[in-house]
Write a protein that binds this ligand. Sequence first.
Ligand SMILES: *Cc1c(COP(=O)(O)O)cnc(C)c1O
Length: 367
Amino acid sequence: MTPPEALAPSTSCVVTGRPHAPGSPVNPPLVLTSTFVHGGEHTYARETSPAFTPFEEAVGVLEGGRALVFASGMAAAAAVLALVPHGGVVVAPRSAYMGVLTLLREAAETGRITLREVDLTDVTAVESALPGAELLWVESPGNPLMEVADLPRLLAAARAVGVRSVVDNTFPTPILARPLEWGADVVLHSATKYLSGHSDVVLGVLVTPEDEGGRGAYDSLFHHRHLHGAVPGPMEVWLALRGLRTLAVRVDRAGANAATLAARLAEHPAIERVRYPGSGAMLAVDVRGGATAAEHVCAATTLWTHSTSLGGVESQLERRRRYPSEPDLVPEGLVRLSVGIEDVEDLWRDLARALDAVLSAPTPDRP
Ligand SMILES: *Cc1c(COP(=O)(O)O)cnc(C)c1O
């Protein structure tokens, strides 16, 4: 067989981690066991399990490294944070996924780490925050402002001063970005989102380079998962692999839908600003009329699901500032859109109807 590295990502999604022996099922079986008969490869399912292996292999091939599956994206983020020694400095974006920001800010409040929050789009600011740091945390495009960072430059700058880096690659997926190739030390995914793709699983994954040299994180992350019990259940991993098979076509289709919608939204009078990074299926819009108008839009769609989370086959939207911990940098009227794979004309009709309705309804915070 051709080595998996030589295959296109859309092929790797489909073929990696599949049994090939004569008489095997064509899908890896769902393995429900907590322990293993003594003397083989596996001992206890909090450490390693054949329930994890095919998914880890597939994500590893797609990102170009070695993957470790975790119970959630946040369990994976906590494992990365555990790499930082007590009191160590973490350079992190001032706006990013709210859960990660809260995790870091709370760690800073208790003195566990020192946090330097930066604007990731300002390379000079990041460069001057790096000296003496242990970890650079990167998310691009950032959730939910959709700001794009210059990953190759930031990762090279971190590497040059011996700072370890982690890239949250949940939004782009390995179909659109492979941060290990740009020098990232760890790639993080909320596999809850695009990797599994069907809003039926909570799961995380970390990927480290195959050849880590002297600053390897894999062993520490593996040890953390084992001792903190941050492992997923077999069913979640099985479903995630099933979802991963269609990752490339989902990203393609949802991305094409998002590009069409971004262009049309920019022309709609109810929209003040469209935040669209130019690829991927995530975008955000600032609705004229602030919080009230934005809430009206979310409540008025019928095809788009008004729910948190993203990356499913179904289109979802929500106003992010409805969460008190969402940073103040995020405008009150910002609605985040996770574009799915439905017909784009149906999506547009539903969204346009909801936007037209706020234009005709007077809202208290409209001047
Ligand atoms: C959802 C999300 C997370 C957290 O993942 P969970 O699976 O919900 O724990 C981390 N980063 C980003 C960018 C996310 O969207």
